[in-house]
Design a protein around this ligand. Structure first.
Ligand code: OKS
Ligand code: ZN
Length: 344
């Protein structure tokens, strides 16, 4: 399988995140993608190529123009305040507060365009997130040109990013951008399967009213897990999108005996939808040793996951999302891809 990868992700390296009431080094760190790349090489998965520049247009098909401008300018606005450490948001417009006036000051903008504080903006963040989106878009190009499934080794991840807000380590929604680009290039229907441990709230919200994108997510139950405010089973889509959104909230402690059947059900729904292609939001933070997650999948379970997805027989674009057990992230991600190729 071809891998798309850019070293530009190193330009995004947040210093600290607020977790459990303390500041800790960011779990979302450059070594994550380095470990996946190393495993791709070690296993001889296939060629590794750099992405090409796709410009802003495909990003603006999914994201709000003001939000994209904010991402581009945030670091220089922050610096203009005399600050040289990471930019972080600290105030949000919740229930009853005004969202009809966009603040002009960087602290107000950071809150307006985010839903949590898990999104440090550094000097290199804009270039890294542009590059990550280019990785997904170049993966799509390769898949369409060859008819073969492709691995977009994106970092930073994207599935928590909505049309006009960032959160949960995510800025631009790489999977959504690729899915929309596929439709713009002539696909009639695209399915997005999100196997990251966390609900893909951003992707869901982008396509919630649409019937041309089916979204399915298996994740920790939002009643007891981040992102808490989306991802319940009764979220089925709205308007033309009704019936095209499927959530599988799963309990803490979920292992393959419960994960496997949920995945099989999701794959059945994808087969029934008969999409032209599949995008997989590939997070491997479902791993038993993941430091911030509560599922219990084992290394070998990722082979089974890949086989289940491969059995659909669809052209598939894998887009890297989460996974923080750095020693195992490469093994688990590449196991999905190897399992997929063993049946595809
Ligand atoms: C706040 C962020 C909390 C967890 C973010 C989860 C990121 C992730 N410090 N999403 O898939 O892996
Ligand atoms: Zn995650």
């Amino acid at each position: 399988m071809l891998t798309i990868y850019s070293d530009d992700h190193h330009l995004h390296h947040g210093n600290a995140e607020l977790i459990d009431g303390t500041l800790k080094p960011c779990f979302e760190m450059p070594s994550r993608a380095d470990m996946v790349l190393q495993r791709v090489r070690q296993t001889g998965l296939g060629d590794i190529i750099a992405p090409s520049e796709h410009g802003l247009e495909p990003l603006l098909r999914v994201h709000d123009a003001g939000y994209v401008r904010f991402l581009e300018q945030a670091w220089s606005l922050w610096q203009a305040e005399g600050r040289n450490h990471d930019a972080l948001p600290l105030v949000w417009p919740v229930r009853g507060l005004r969202t009809d006036r966009i603040p002009q000051d960087i602290d107000g903008l950071m809150g307006y365009y985010s839903f949590d504080a898990g999104v440090p903006i550094t000097a290199g963040t804009w270039q890294a997130i542009r590059s990550s989106a280019n990785v997904a878009l170049s993966g799509l190009d390769a898949m369409l040109a060859s008819g073969r499934s492709t691995f977009a080794l994106c970092r930073p991840p994207g599935h928590h990013a909505a049309a006009d807000y960032m959160g949960g380590y995510c800025y631009l929604n790489n999977a959504a951008i690729a899915a929309q680009a596929m439709l713009d290039k002539g696909a009639k229907r695209v399915a997005i399967l999100d196997v990251d441990y966390h609900h893909g709230n951003g992707t869901q919200s982008i396509f919630y009213g649409r019937g041309d994108v089916q979204f399915l997510s298996l994740h920790g139950d939002p009643l007891v897990e981040y992102p808490y405010f989306l991802g319940y089973a009764d979220e089925a889509g709205t308007g033309a999108g009704l019936g095209f959104n499927h959530n599988y909230p799963l309990a803490h402690g979920t292992d393959w005996s419960h994960y496997g059947p949920a995945l099989a059900d999701a794959c059945g729904k994808i087969a029934a939808y008969a999409p032209d292609a599949l995008v997989v939001s590939l997070g491997v933070d479902t791993f038993e040793q993941d430091p911030i997650s509560r599922f219990k999948l084992k290394n070998a379970d990722y082979l089974r996951m890949g086989e289940a997805i491969g059995a659909l027989g669809l052209p598939t674009l894998f887009v890297m999302e989460g996974g923080y057990a750095v020693e195992d992230i490469g093994v688990n991600a590449v196991n999905v891809l190897s399992g997929f190729e063993s049946v595809a």
